[in-house]
Design a protein around this ligand. Structure first.
Ligand code: F6R
Length: 611
């Protein structure tokens, strides 16, 4: 989704803005632009469709644009095609205001009609342009007054950055439902969509809240609440990761780097939470009483986080003996859900900013549920709006296709499962200790899989040209198959679907023909034979079979499958953490062999902040 960076300081702004934008590239975009003010040139705006490099070349890395205050933007098109004119910053008719925006102004059509009737000329198809023209319309010499009126008039979601040529010693930011952070420096200050854009310059940040407006000067930042402009004291946070965490570190792609980081990320996530043979979840304030009375457990998420939820359902139902409903966030809020004050909503989100998930969280809370979230980005909106939050200590995830966030979300699910089960008394001491011990061996077992990545590379070389790929599995193997299929389709653009293996014969098997690849997941030992019957069914219809099982069943599977990869044996509940790794690698190598843009797949954005 769109990325925003704003700088005010004493250095040339353009190179800093371009560098900040390059750190936001991972969010997904299709055009980019900057606006920089200088006494000589006034407000200079340069925009270009395509990669940031195109913009950077236009201004020779920023050397052609002078001034020490400015805004930059990467645009992920929603209203209006990707083009130079639709790129941000959008500028008012009189050239006085430049605006960058992330979100959607929902009533922009109506505002545009009103303004056009008054003679205002629009140049783009964007919703954002109405903000620039409205600022001009309401401006009587006081920018804050004009902005307050604009915010009163617009509906929807926004993170806004504004620069006014009349007040070039300040930048203004405003937020509602789209993320925006402020970075504090010595003689300079930043606004940005996330901390990756500013961490090279400062670790001292704060998170703007909904309904807040910030005025940035070189010497400070003042935050106000909208609409009465009352000053707000913001809590500062120190970013505790190194900039190298957001760099490729010698890998060709962030995705491979992040796949390889999984043993560490998994260990970092579980280790501090296991003390003296017990799970300790600091900050989690859910006791026996609530759990005992809990009438429903919803898991709410989107995409891969939803797939974690699918695996979590099997785990939590087994451990807690309570029924668990996994719901897509985009459906939850419109399905009239049954929620009471005894309901627990487990919300899963890497970014903590996914708008569908955030809206579902708010709906769940409005209806009385208690919200526990699993989030990677510290200080994100979902984290802040939850009753309880457990962070995944995965570090920044830059590749659009999630890998280490998925793995660490699963790790937290296991911890929650064990913690709640112990409180509910649904798990015996021996089983508890057995699972916990095995959980601590998972990072090493993931490492062993990673050391054999060439085997997966070889399998990818056999199948990367297939036009259609099915993933089949039963129970948790089915849940992991969903993630394997999504990973493959999002970065390789091969059509792929995941099926509960038993469901194939109810329709989908008609699609199986010679040359179709079926990735068969048969790691869940209890259902190995059942799964193998489904494998025989598709093989006899001409499918190629790539099998995934555990080391102890490899020889059995090889009797039928064309090619088998085996993961180390583990406790059945923990299998998804191992199974997913070869599937991530398979997607990666297939995409690599097909020449795809792995870290930035077409049409996708990392943090989906529009509905
Ligand atoms: C796929 C992927 C997405 C996200 C989804 C939810 O690789 O990354 O499907 O899982 O957009 O994002 P978060 O977890 O940030 O809410």
């Amino acid at each position: 989704m769109c990325g925003i960076v704003g700088y005010i300081g004493r250095e040339e702004a353009a190179p800093i803005l371009l560098e900040g934008l390059s750190r936001l590239e991972y969010r997904g975009y299709d055009s980019a632009g900057i606006a920089v003010w200088s006494r000589e040139d006034g407000l200079r705006v340069v925009k270009a469709k395509g990669r940031l490099q195109v913009l950077s070349d236009l201004v020779h890395g920023g050397a052609d644009v002078h001034g020490t205050v400015g805004l930059g933007h990467t645009r992920w098109a929603t209203h209006g095609e990707p083009s130079d004119v639709n790129a941000h910053p959008q500028v008012s008719g009189d050239g006085r205001f430049a605006v960058v925006h992330n979100g959607i102004i929902e009533n922009y059509v109506e505002i545009r009609e009103v303004l056009e009737a008054k003679g205002v000329k629009f140049t783009s198809q964007t919703d954002t342009e109405v903000v620039a023209h409205l600022l001009e319309y309401y401006y009587r010499g006081d920018v804050m007054e004009a902005l307050t009126k604009v915010l009163h008039r617009v509906e929807g979601a926004y993170a806004l950055g504004v620069i006014c040529a009349d007040c070039p010693d300040q930048l203004i930011a405003a937020r509602k439902d789209s993320p925006l952070i402020l970075g504090y420096g010595d003689g300079f200050n930043f606004l940005a969509s996330d901390v990756t854009a500013v961490i090279k310059y400062t670790r001292d940040v704060c998170y703007l809240d909904d309904g807040e407006i910030a005025v940035l000067t070189r010497d400070g930042i003042q935050v106000y609440s909208h609409p009465y402009l009352l000053p707000v004291e913001k809590e500062h946070h120190q970013v505790n990761w190194e900039i190298s965490a957001a760099e490729k570190g010698g890998y060709e792609h962030f995705m491979m780097k992040e796949i390889m980081e999984q043993p560490k990320a998994f260990r970092d996530t579980i280790s501090p939470r296991i003390q003296n043979g017990r799970v300790v979840l600091e900050g989690l304030d859910i006791g026996e009483e609530f759990l005992g009375d809990m009438d429903r457990l919803y898991i709410i998420a989107c995409g891969s986080s939803y797939h974690v939820g699918m695996a979590a359902k099997y785990t939590l139902e087994r451990l807690l003996r309570k029924s668990v409903e996994v719901t897509l966030a985009s459906e939850f809020r419109y399905c009239d859900p049954i929620v009471t004050d005894k309901t627990l909503a487990l919300v899963i989100s890497q970014s903590g900013e996914t708008i569908d998930t955030l809206a579902a969280l708010r709906e769940a809370r409005r209806l009385g549920a208690r919200v526990l979230s699993i989030v990677n980005v510290v200080g994100s909106t979902i984290a802040r709006e939850s009753d309880d939050v457990l962070y995944t200590w995965a570090g920044p995830e830059i590749a659009v296709a999630t890998t280490k966030a998925y793995s660490t979300q699963l790790a937290v699910v296991y911890l929650i499962g064990l913690y709640f089960a112990q409180k509910l008394g649904t798990i015996g001491r021996e089983e508890y200790t057995g699972i916990l011990d095995e959980l601590q061996r998972i990072p090493d077992k993931i490492q062993r899989i990673l050391e054999r990545k060439e085997e997966i590379q070889y399998a990818a070389s056999l199948y990367f040209n297939h036009a259609s790929i099915f993933f089949i599995g039963r129970n948790i193997d089915y849940a992991v198959g969903m993630e394997g299929s999504l990973k493959l389709k999002e970065i390789s653009y091969i059509h792929s679907e995941a099926y509960a293996a038993g469901e194939l014969k109810h329709g989908t098997i008609s699609l199986i023909e010679p040359g179709t690849l079926v990735v068969a997941l048969a790691s869940y030992g209890k259902l190995f034979e059942k799964l193998m019957s489904n494998v025989v069914e598709v093989k006899s219809r001409g499918a190629d079979i790539l099998g995934l099982t555990t080391e102890s069943r490899k020889a059995d599977m090889e009797k039928t499958a064309d090619h088998v990869f085996a993961v180390p044996d583990t406790h059945p509940m923990l299998l998804p953490s191992l199974d997913v790794v070869p599937l991530q690698l398979f997607a990666y190598y297939v995409a690599l062999m097909r020449g795809c843009d792995i870290d930035k797949p077409r049409n996708l954005a990392k943090s989906v902040t529009v509905e």
